[in-house]
Design a protein around this ligand. Structure first.
Ligand code: UDX
Length: 419
């Protein structure tokens, strides 16, 4: 049993903490948000994440939350899980990481605690920025008086609990033997491959994974756009291509591009770092450019059937950046709805979970039921929620960004973005 502090209770922090609690450790969550603290202390998930509530109820008693960093003094391992948002659409904003590092540093004790960076940070950050702050605030030496490690997360939102318990691999970036053995012990219940690297290689593995996956999606979309013009179903093409084990069929769904809190931000941050190093990351720039244009393909296809959107009611199904989450960050619904409004359309929308978050971005549109959305002049499918597979699309005009087969079969007029 280890005593673990988790700084930041976003989806990475809360899932990691509750996951480790389930494995028999004792967890304290430290957050600045009082609302989140109260929720955690009453065993309520602070965010919507499949399977989390059940695990919190089950492990009630093995964790609590506070805003008081002093509790760190009584822990063996401290995970930094705070956000690293994009600053002006480019480099990452390290303010949360720096602030957490300061407060951790002030509370390090003499019993070799390990500080583990789980937040996604540009290669070099842990040694060049986090380490000096920890050393200055604690008056101690890293790798000697306290441990420092990098342990990137590969958790998908909506599947984060499953991903925590079933990782493809665990990456541990370390420099000193003691941190290595503490982290190996912590991760000993997992049987997947475990890769030990130095600190900045571990940081780079995270960026490279996300950049590759983002590239795979933009690649699928580019091929999908060509297929569409040729009258070919790109899904069949990717099925055939994905059977090559060197390529693999996963993450090959063409559509309206990637959103979320990771891919867009991480690819931008890597581009920005590369440029700072006088490298021109041409491929990554194209990945982002394609991703920005892709959602607007939906409007292009819509206008093939309704050339003037002025005064028309357009229904949007799905506002979350993907199914099973209430997260709307960088969601493809944002540029789509912005363009519809600019074209003078009346927008009505439905999402099973994300309405509350989306309202903050677009208070001016109407939020309603799926049935009501189906009565619009045309329907745009933006997120592939399971329940959209059971709606009645008979007689409708449907422009589909996410491949809902029932809509394809039933709609009076149907356009798929890449098929
Ligand atoms: C991602 C990574 O998968 C995860 O490993 C990382 O740690 C955090 O970022 P997440 O952002 O939760 O996870 O979502 P993910 O399921 O990867 O999807 C990202 C976006 O890509 C979504 O908008 C999704 O709709 C889109 N996508 C995904 C596609 O368009 N096609 C695909 O084939 C797969």
């Amino acid at each position: 049993m280890m005593k673990i502090a988790i700084i930041g209770s976003g989806y990475v922090g809360i899932v990691t903490g509750i996951g480790f609690a389930e494995l028999g450790n004792h967890i304290v969550f430290i957050d600045i948000d009082k609302n989140k603290i109260d929720k955690i202390n009453s065993s309520q998930p602070p965010i919507f994440e499949d399977g989390l509530e059940g695990l919190m109820k089950k492990n009630n008693g093995n964790f609590y939350a506070t805003n008081d960093y002093e509790v760190i003094q009584d822990t063996n391992v401290v995970f930094i899980c705070v956000g690293t948002p994009s600053k002006n659409d480019g480099p990452i904003d390290l303010n949360f990481v720096k602030d957490a590092s300061k407060k951790i540093g002030r509370n390090l004790k003499n019993n070799f605690q390990v500080v583990v960076v789980k937040s996604t940070v540009i290669p070099g950050t842990t040694e060049e920025i986090i380490k000096p702050i920890l050393e200055k605030e604690s008056g101690k030496k890293a790798f000697k008086d306290f441990g420092l490690a990098v342990n990137p997360e590969f958790l998908r939102e909506g599947n984060a609990v499953h991903d925590f318990f079933n990782p493809d691999r665990i990456v541990i970036g370390v420099k000193d033997e003691e941190s290595k053995s503490i982290l190996e012990k912590l991760y000993s219940p997992f049987e997947c491959p475990k890769l030990t690297t130095d600190l900045k290689t571990a940081e780079m593995i995270k960026y490279t994974s996300n950049a590759f996956l983002a590239t795979k999606i933009s690649f699928a979309n580019e091929i999908g756009n060509i297929c569409k013009k040729l009258g070919i179903d790109s899904y069949k093409v990717f099925e055939g291509v994905g059977l090559d084990h060197r390529i693999n069929p996963e993450f090959f769904r063409a559509g309206i591009g990637f959103g979320g809190s990771c891919f867009p931000k991480d690819v931008r941050a890597l581009i920005s770092k590369a440029e700072e190093l006088n490298e021109n990351p041409k491929l990554l720039k194209a990945v982002m450019e394609l991703n920005e244009e892709q959602p607007l393909k939906l409007i292009e296809l819509l206008k093939k059937h309704i050339p003037d959107l002025g005064g028309k009611t357009i229904g949007v199904l799905g506002l979350a950046f993907k199914p099973n989450t209430d997260d709307v960050r960088e969601g493809r619904a944002v540029p789509i709805i912005r363009t519809l409004l600019k074209e003078g359309a009346k927008v009505i929308a439905y999402d099973p979970k994300a309405v509350k978050n989306f309202k903050k971005l677009f208070p001016e549109i109407e939020y309603t039921s799926a049935e009501k959305v189906l009565e619009s002049d045309a329907i745009l499918i933006v997120t592939e929620w399971e329940e959209f597979k059971n709606l009645d699309y008979n007689g409708k005009i449907v422009i589909d960004g996410r491949r809902i087969e029932k809509a394809k079969e039933e709609a009076r007029i149907y356009e798929g973005v890449c098929w």
